[in-house]
Design a binder for this molecule. Structure first.
Ligand code: SAH
Length: 335
């Protein structure tokens, strides 16, 4: 998964711009998504005493659409917020960096490959939309003698899944509480996601910052194979054409929550994306947009439905927020 997505020459994210062609993310569905997230951060900034300078970081910014919508909305209501924000985009893909450069030319952003490059000592506010689902998972399959890691092997020029012959020894972050699992069960872990969550949560807590994570995933620890490949808006074989299809796995929010809490941050959620967007006023914003552009009313209704409908993105996508313990409640989250 790591090589297929991130290989410096042939990796999926390195060699192509997948947006619109292979999949569509929430900011690409409607400008309202980014606008509401922008207002979330403006309110959080106000509630934290309007620091004069802070880092506004996006992990995995895609084309830069989300940040552009956030900043446009923020500038409209609080120009001081936009002046105080130092935008840093954490991105590995040179191709997507150039798209971000174009879309965000008004805001002189900086770039980093890893969030750890961001200097300490200034409040860190971050957003990660559909970032954690792109980080490589490990899978383990239950057999009668214990858990075996699922590996990828090459045979006769073809890739296939095989099980490691040795039983997995219980080691962190492998869950040790699964001894009663039935044979054939699959469990997924994402050590990279947990490490990022742990480090960035600590920084948020120490700097009186804020974090918002939105992704598709599950809230309770569970079993199952959620690895999926998507190409041209359709499911594909994850081993079929490495580097040519997007690979993702559902995000285990319970594991992220545990990492964030252990690192000293307060966590709100996870809650459904529909609940967050309702709480942030998606209906009011849609009505406002329809007043100014009545000719787009049905398109606006359709995109709001796509973001909030239980059968579309409203329920599968979850939102979770981080802050310093004891700080003011975050907008949109009923803590
Ligand atoms: N947040 C955007 C894009 C989501 S797609 C949106 O909502 O539209 C995933 C993004 O994460 C892409 O920009 C991809 O290049 C980036 N990415 C994937 N793995 C990464 C990694 N390990 N480090 C930094 N960025 C990564």
């Amino acid at each position: 998964m790591q090589i297929a997505l991130g290989d410096p020459l042939h990796g999926y994210y390195i060699s192509r711009d997948p947006f619109g062609r292979d999949f569509v993310t929430a900011p690409e569905v409607s400008q309202i998504f980014g606008e509401l997230i922008g207002l979330f951060f403006v309110q959080a900034w106000e509630d934290r005493g309007r620091p004069e300078s802070f880092f506004l970081v996006e992990l995995g910014p895609g084309r830069g659409t989300l940040m552009a919508d956030m900043m446009r909305a923020a500038l409209k209501v609080r120009p001081d917020f936009a002046r105080a924000a130092n935008i840093i985009l954490v991105e590995t893909s040179p191709l997507l960096r150039s798209a971000q450069k174009q879309n965000l030319s008004d805001y002189s952003p900086g770039w980093a490959v890893r969030w750890q490059e961001i200097p300490e000592g200034v409040p860190l506010y971050f957003i990660a939309n559909e970032f954690f689902d792109a980080l490589p998972i490990q899978q383990f399959v239950r057999k009668s003698d214990g858990w075996h890691e699922r590996m990828v092997a090459a045979k006769n020029d073809k890739l296939k899944f095989v099980l490691a012959p040795d039983v997995q020894s219980a080691r962190s972050p492998f869950p040790t509480d699964r001894e009663n699992a039935v044979e054939g069960s699959v469990v997924e872990v994402n050590p990279n996601a947990q490490a990022i969550m742990s480090g960035i949560s600590k920084r948020v807590a120490l700097s009186n910052g804020v974090g918002l994570i939105i992704d598709y995933g599950y809230c309770e620890p569970g079993y199952g194979n959620s690895l999926q490949a998507v190409k041209m808006n359709d499911y594909a074989d994850p081993l079929g054409e490495p580097g040519k299809a997007d690979l993702t796995a559902h995000v285990d929010f319970s594991a992220l929550l545990t990492s964030a809490t252990a690192a000293g941050a307060d966590v709100c959620g996870p809650l459904k994306q529909a609940a967050l967007l309702d709480g942030l006023g998606i209906c009011l914003r849609a009505d406002r947009l329809k007043l100014t552009s009545p000719e787009c009313a049905s398109e606006i209704d359709a995109s709001v439905a796509r973001l909030t409908d239980e059968k579309l993105m409203g329920s599968l996508f979850k939102a979770m927020a981080l802050s310093k313990p004891g700080s003011k409640q975050l907008p949109g989250f009923p803590c």
